[in-house]
Design a binder for this molecule. Structure first.
Ligand code: KG4
Ligand code: ZN
Length: 346
C-alpha cells in the first residue's frame, strides 16, 4: 500500500506535543518533526501535576506546537494523509484540548481523524523505531503506568500484569520528595544512588513471593519513610551519605522487582514469540540500574532487549502519529464522533 504522512497530537499528561511521521511500507518510518513542550516547571512547586494548570497550558500551547511541528517537517496540511490524536487515557482537560484541536484541523482540511490510546502509542513505539514484528513483550514503566503487555497486533494487547498501586516513576518521585530532593525525582535519585550502598537498608521486594507478573511499589515508599524517620530521630537529620544509601537501597529494590517479574513475563510468552524480545518504554526505562537488571534477565533468557531512544520512550507525539498510521492501515477512521476518555484500558 501507499506512503502515509500523519500529524500526531499528544496532551494527556504534562507534555504538549505534536509531530509529523511518514511511512512507506517496506521502508523505515521517518520522524519528520517531533515537538515536545514540557510543563515540568509549571508544576514543580506543587510536587505533582496539577490537572487545571495542565489543561490550561495545553489549551494555550497546542496551536503553536502543531504549527512548529508542521514548519519543521517542511509540510503543509495539504501534504498530510491524516491526523492522529491521543483520545485517552489521561487527564481529561488535556485530552479534550488535544481532541478538539485535532477535530478542528480535520474539519478545516477534510483530513481523516484517528483517535489513539496513549498506552498503545507507547506499546507500538518499537515498530516505529525498529520495525519490530508482532508479537513482542513490552514493559511500560513511567510516572503513571507500569504493565507488561504482550503486543500481538495493532489493536491486540494482552496485559500480563502490572503494578497494583503506584507506578515506579511515581515511587521515585515520592522518594525524592521524602528526601528533600527536586522533581522529577527519578533522575535525581539515580544520581544520588551512585554514591550509595544499596545493602545498608533492607528494603522489601514486594510481591516476589506471589506468582504472576503483578507488582506493588507503595510499600517501598513506606519502608523508606520509616528508615528516614528512624535516622532523623536517632541523629537529628540526614547526612549526604544517608541520603545516598536510602536512594541506592530503594532503587535496587525497584530494579530487583522489575527484573524478577520480567523474567516471569518472558517465561509466560516463551511459546508465543519465535525470537523472544523485551521492549521497554516510559521514563523509568532511562534508569541505568533498572536497565542493567532487565538486560541481565534478557541475556539469561536468550531474549533481545530493545530500548527506543529516550525521547521516544517518554511522552511524545511521534508515537501517536505512528499509532495513527498503524490504525489507519488497519481500517480505523474516527471522525467527529471521537470522544475524550479519561480511563481507557487497552
Ligand atoms: O514516561 P514519562 O516521561 O512520563 C509519564 O509518566 O507518562 O515518565 C516520567 C517518570 C517520572 O516519574 C520520572 O521520575 C521517571 O519517569 N524517570 C526516572 C528516570 N528518569 C525519569 N525514574 C528513574 N530513573 C530515571 N533515570
Ligand atoms: Zn506516557
Amino acid at each position: 500500500s501507499e506512503s502515509l504522512t500523519f500529524l500526531g497530537i499528544e496532551s494527556s499528561c504534562d507534555d504538549t506535543a505534536a509531530a509529523v511521521v511518514r511511512h512507506a511500507p517496506g521502508a523505515p518510518a521517518e520522524i519528520l518533526s517531533s515537538v515536545v513542550d514540557g510543563q515540568t516547571a509549571l508544576h514543580a512547586a506543587f510536587g505533582g501535576v496539577v490537572p487545571e494548570i495542565a489543561a490550561r497550558a495545553h489549551a494555550e500551547r497546542l496551536d503553536l506546537c502543531v504549527e512548529q511541528a508542521l514548519a519543521e517537517s517542511g509540510l503543509r496540511f495539504g501534504d498530510l494523509d491524516g491526523i492522529a490524536v491521543t483520545a485517552g487515557p489521561g487527564l481529561i482537560g488535556g485530552v479534550l484540548s488535544g481532541v478538539m484541536c485535532a477535530k478542528g484541523i480535520a474539519a478545516g482540511t477534510g483530513l481523516p481523524l484517528v483517535g489513539v490510546n496513549h498506552l498503545a502509542g507507547h506499546a507500538l513505539t518499537p515498530r516505529l523505531t525498529d520495525g519490530l514484528a508482532f508479537p513482542y513483550l513490552m514493559l511500560l514503566v513511567s510516572g503513571g503506568h507500569c504493565q507488561f503487555l504482550l503486543v500481538r497486533g495493532v489493536e491486540e494487547f494482552t496485559r500480563l500484569g502490572g503494578s497494583i498501586d503506584d507506578a515506579p516513576g511515581e515511587a521515585f518521585d515520592k522518594t525524592a520528595k521524602l528526601l528533600g530532593l527536586p522533581q522529577p525525582g527519578g533522575p535525581v535519585v539515580e544520581v544520588e544512588a551512585k554514591a550509595g550502598n544499596p545493602r545498608r537498608f533492607a528494603f522489601p521486594r514486594p510481591m516476589l513471593d506471589r506468582p504472576g507478573c503483578d507488582m506493588s511499589f507503595s510499600g517501598l515508599k513506606t519502608a523508606l519513610l520509616r528508615a528516614r524517620d528512624a535516622l532523623i530521630s536517632a541523629q537529628g537529620g540526614l547526612t549526604r551519605q544517608d541520603r545516598a544509601d536510602l536512594c541506592a537501597g530503594f532503587q535496587a529494590a525497584v530494579a530487583d522487582v522489575l527484573a524478577e517479574k520480567t523474567r516471569r513475563a518472558l517465561a509466560l510468552v516463551r511459546d508465543e514469540t519465535a525470537t523472544p524480545v523485551l521492549a521497554v518504554a516510559g521514563g523509568v526505562a532511562a534508569n541505568g540500574a533498572i536497565r542493567a537488571g532487565l538486560q541481565a534477565v534478557c541475556a539469561a533468557a536468550g531474549a533481545r532487549f530493545l530500548a527506543p531512544p529516550l525521547r521516544l520512550c517518554t511522552d511524545n507525539a511521534a508515537m501517536i502519529a505512528w499509532a495513527g498510521i498503524e490504525r489507519f492501515r488497519a481500517g480505523a477512521r474516527d471522525g467527529m464522533a471521537l470522544s475524550a476518555r479519561p480511563r481507557w484500558p487497552l
